[in-house]
Write a protein that binds this ligand. Structure first.
Ligand code: KG4
Length: 338
């Protein structure tokens, strides 16, 4: 079954062509990061306008690279939640138009479910059940993946997402947007014990997270030093920050895997590209005798292939949408509408 999939929830426009879920025939991505870097974060209106400019061209390129024509497409999958509402609507309307014109089913895909599916593409043997950590610019979630379309949230951030925290900390250190990768590079060789930074806990919710205290601590530390004319150990601060993020993510996820009695954990989303986080997960999983699935870096960030892959499993589960499908800025991964 050949699916053309569209992703436009944030600042990546992406169109992919996949066969039977896990085989990627083409995966075209246009990242707008450079366009937003000037503003230090994503500007929703600029994102929407550039999705409009890119989406049709990417679809043509995806078909050409996949070596298929429009007639070969069996279904169209699209991210409909969560994300920037204007950005989502661009991809959604493009997908609706295509599905209508080709007279093929339209499959709505939850963005976080797509991130989880990135690991299905990378690892053909991976099948539910497993415990998943999804850490991106907008979400930090620990989920119980009971089946391909049966996903329950065990814990999430009560405030900022891990990626957002990386981006804000990077900004105050004068690093470009998106800040995750530059922070990782600045942290290289830095003393991770240079600064004591807070690791947030939510009383009574062992798998929930909080990153706003960490973000504020870094911002205050830098501003106070500037006001007093003191020098910051930038590399040490980046390393201490990375450690604090990893110390929030890894133990919670490992506790969840243990509580579920699973032997498999997967990590996904932009922050899953972080070398320190990956290293700490590798160590923790080795110690606990748990199998770790971490996608290659190109599948950590937003992409169309993960939407096509999850779209396939949603299709098998009977999920279809009509032309009245709407986009939603927020929606829990276990609360999908279709
Ligand atoms: O999954 P993604 O591409 O988009 C969303 O769905 O949000 O994630 C983007 C986030 C950004 O906040 C970016 O700074 C972060 O992922 N990121 C990283 C790294 N690469 C990207 N964070 C930490 N370390 C990295 N190497």
């Amino acid at each position: 079954m050949i699916i053309l999939s569209v992703e436009s929830s944030c600042d990546e426009t992406a169109v992919a062509v996949t066969r039977d879920g896990r085989e990627v025939l083409a995966d075209e991505i246009f990242s707008q990061a450079d366009l937003h870097a000037l503003y230090g974060g994503v500007v929703p209106e600029i994102a929407s306008r550039n999705h409009i400019r890119a989406v049709s061209r990417l679809a043509d390129a995806a078909l050409e690279h996949a070596g298929v024509t429009r007639k070969d497409i069996d279904a169209v999958a699209v991210t409909y939640a969560p994300g920037l509402i204007g950005a989502l609507l661009v991809g959604l309307n493009f997908a609706k138009g295509l599905a209508l014109a080709l007279n093929v089913p339209l499959i709505p895909v939850h963005h976080i479910r797509g991130h989880i599916a990135a690991n299905y593409i990378a690892f053909p043997e991976l099948e539910p059940p497993f415990c998943a950590l999804i850490v991106s610019g907008g979400n930090s979630i620990i989920a119980d993946v009971r089946g391909y379309t049966d996903i329950r949230i065990l814990g999430c951030s009560h405030d900022d997402a891990a990626g957002e925290c990386f981006d804000k900390a990077a900004r105050v250190l004068g690093l470009p947007y998106p800040g995750g990768r530059p922070m990782q590079e600045l942290a290289r060789g830095g003393d991770e014990n240079a600064y004591r930074l807070p690791v947030g806990h939510i009383d009574g919710h062992p798998y929930d997270m909080s990153f706003s205290g960490l973000k504020t601590a870094v911002v205050n530390l830098v501003h106070n030093a500037e006001q007093k004319g003191e020098t910051i150990d930038r590399s040490g601060l980046a390393a201490s920050f990375q450690k604090a993020v990893s110390d929030t993510l890894v133990p919670r996820t490992m506790d969840a895997v243990k509580a579920l009695g699973y032997d498999t954990v997967s990590i996904a989303g932009g922050v899953a590209a972080n070398a320190r986080v990956r290293e700490d997960f590798e160590k923790a999983c080795r110690k606990a005798g748990v199998r770790l699935y971490a996608p290659p870096l190109k599948l950590c960030g937003d992409n169309g292939a993960m939407i096509g892959c999850q779209g396939y499993y949603e299709y098998l589960a009977g999920v279809r949408a009509g032309q009245d499908l709407n986009a939603y800025a927020t929606m829990d991964v276990d609360d999908v509408i279709c």
